[in-house]
Design a protein around this ligand. Sequence first.
Ligand code: MN
Length: 133
Amino acid sequence: MTAQILVVEDTFINMKLVCMLLEKAGYRVLRADNAKDGIALAQRHLPDLILMDIQLPDMDGLEATRLLKEADATRHIKVVALTAFAMKGDEEKMIAAGCDGYIAKPIQYKNFLGEVEKTLSMNLQKEERHDHT
Ligand code: MN
């Protein structure tokens, strides 16, 4: 089945672009424009991947990631941060929060889909390992 991706992003134009790219590539997309709704959708749908904006109106994306990674039901979900400010030290902060990677904004189409595919393939590798054991 096609992978399902949850996009948590509060800037309308970024959300529109990201969802357009994902849908064009054939992914099923869920959307939330704040962290609280994003967490609720993640719990309900258990998507294959979450693209998480860092600056959100209610709670920052790193805190939301931390909450998802602390919960048994959602910790397996891959989270890739969408960040406008990937500066020295930020990568460490994102990793510390439990992010599985990050994509810098403004988004570059080719790199963006490459990163999405790469992260989703980590799920497949995990499933294959389970099959063997
Ligand atoms: Mn934002």
